[in-house]
Design a protein around this ligand. Sequence first.
Ligand code: GLP
Length: 245
Amino acid sequence: MKVLIVKDYEQMSRIAADIIADIVRRNPSAVLGLATGSTPVGMYKLLSQFVEEKKASFKKVRTVNLDEYVGLGAEHEQSFAHFMRTHLFDSVDVAPNNTHIPNGLADDPQSECDRYHRLLQQLPQDVQVLGLGSNGHIGFNEPDTPFDSTTHTVRLAESTVRDNARFFASREEVPQTAITMGISEIMNARKIIVLASGKNKAQAVKAMVEGEVTPACPASVLQNHADCTVIVDEDAASLLAGNYR
Ligand code: GLP
């Protein structure tokens, strides 16, 4: 696990965007595993600029997203599908049918999980971008999710509902369940980059980087990945004991 401690959110976003752009330049049909939440927004903004300035093209890129709320359709403003269109897909030249995300309105969520798992077997990620939940979750793999898990439905932890309520009119409107890529599918990515910014992630970053590898902190499994880079700003790195500079 490589740890890059950077000055601030802007520098974290720029380094991440440069990594993704470099992967796409070297492999124009790369499979990008993408994340939602506030952390990757700066990176998506820069990637959109790179495409606008013809410094990169997503024309042949395929994307697979980590998760989607159960009960929210792709048109719902708080769905992750809508988030991805707003923050990236509508601003780059990616082909919509090359973008993949679990269907939050699937009649049978378990069948949808099985379909998505099969898709991920056909489209293994060249790079998986991850944010980090304040409780150490990755995607929506909450604490105590088995490391060998595949795409599954999850009842969101209270802390996750609380953390994500800011995107909804009220806490009651936050869906209680989601479909998430499993930990084994995340670990199957050739390369992983984890982004974390802010003091509220410092405890989770310490557990991810320096803690015991345990399902109690899903992100700790990333210590076992052959090519995982953690990019954190000073605040998110503030509890790290090691010297990573
Ligand atoms: C949600 C998402 C995760 C994301 C996490 C942190 O739980 N499912 O993929 O990493 O929130 O979000 P933020 O970046 O807004 O702190």
